[in-house]
Design a protein around this ligand. Sequence first.
Ligand SMILES: Cc1cc2nc3c(=O)[nH]c(=O)nc-3n(C[C@H](O)[C@H](O)[C@H](O)COP(=O)(O)OP(=O)(O)OC[C@H]3O[C@@H](n4cnc5c(N)ncnc54)[C@H](O)[C@@H]3O)c2cc1C
Length: 375
Amino acid sequence: MMGLVDRVDIVIIGAGVVGLAIAELLARTRRGSEIVVLERHDGFGRETSSRNSEVIHAGLYYREDLLKTRLCIQGNPMLYELCSKEGIPHRKTGKIILATDEAEQEQLHGIFRQAQTNGAAGVCMISREEVQTLEPYVFGLCGLYSPESGIVDSHQLMKYFEQTAQSLGATVAYGTEVIALEKSVDGYVVEVSDADGEPLQLESGVLINSAGLWADRVAGMAGIDLDGEGYRIYPCKGEYFSVSSRHQGKLERLVYPTPSPIHLGAHAVLSLDDRLKIGPNAVYVDEISYDVDEARLESFFTKAKRFLPFLELDDLAPDMAGIRPKLYRQGEPFRDFIIREEGDRGLSGLINLVGIESPGLTSCMAIAQAVDKLL
Ligand SMILES: Cc1cc2nc3c(=O)[nH]c(=O)nc-3n(C[C@H](O)[C@H](O)[C@H](O)COP(=O)(O)OP(=O)(O)OC[C@H]3O[C@@H](n4cnc5c(N)ncnc54)[C@H](O)[C@@H]3O)c2cc1C
């Protein structure tokens, strides 16, 4: 039996960090609007938002005109300010990108020029000696130092957004999977399968698709031609290996290698409790599975050993994995975030957020502002 439950003002699909940041902002800026977040899992952040490096990026790498850069540069100070004000655990650790040979040195100078163009605060090149002074256990012929990079507890961040949105009147409905969408006269009929598998319908004037890895499917449900419009997601896995606790406390800052064309390179990931991980790599996959392939241990070790000479092979153990919602395959041109109101496609009131890979966590508050403006 299918019943039309209600008509609301705004439906947000997905309770990852992006959907929740949007819910929290809209609940504040649109008091009196009925806002519902639909999330198929039984809690928030069960996918990419809890499977990442938790790094607050500083907008160093990408071209200045991209959303990935602009929203990161805007989102970085917003996130620090919120975390300080609300007591969300975080630390401005700073970060060093290291060059270990001549080609990497040249690449690093290119990143430095880009970071300056982007307006990334406080970024500077440092010499081999300065690298040694800051981080005595790492190796680099030179480094790029970013003082505004840091780490955040993404779970506590999402909890803050979820609870604040709820306290401002928004509803977060867990165990509700969106299975179909239909344009109505002045909005969308959203078909949902609830926690008991019962189908029900909800009508909403505005529909915000922040469904992460599944955002292309949701856009497809609304009738968007995924391949024609370049909305198809190609999942790209990032695996992590934990580092033995005997190295705890050796690094104070995030330490990165020079990046590859599809990701920033497996780096030293610091957690707020000083545990160390190496990752992520980048491997395109056909299915969503969070297994870590142990066979990759040696290749992780070899790459990390170049800039973390203290590592031994038996220091590493498989840890966790996350999956990037990439909009391009290996060898294809780099793509920016899609954040788009689809009125010109006859779908007014639908906002799609597709391809929100890194730095989506850093940018979440700036993304929410961009969505608010689109409305
Ligand atoms: C390996 C890795 C490392 C990263 N490191 C960083 C980093 O250090 N710093 C940084 O800034 N960013 C990083 N990122 C990127 C960051 O994690 C993402 O940009 C961010 O988490 C995306 O959040 P989201 O809310 O868009 O997606 P998600 O967290 O994937 O949330 C989407 C939600 O939508 C729900 N959903 C999907 N379909 C439906 C449906 N039909 N009905 C109901 N619900 C649905 C899902 O269940 C999910 O909960 C990293 C990503 C990866 C993979």
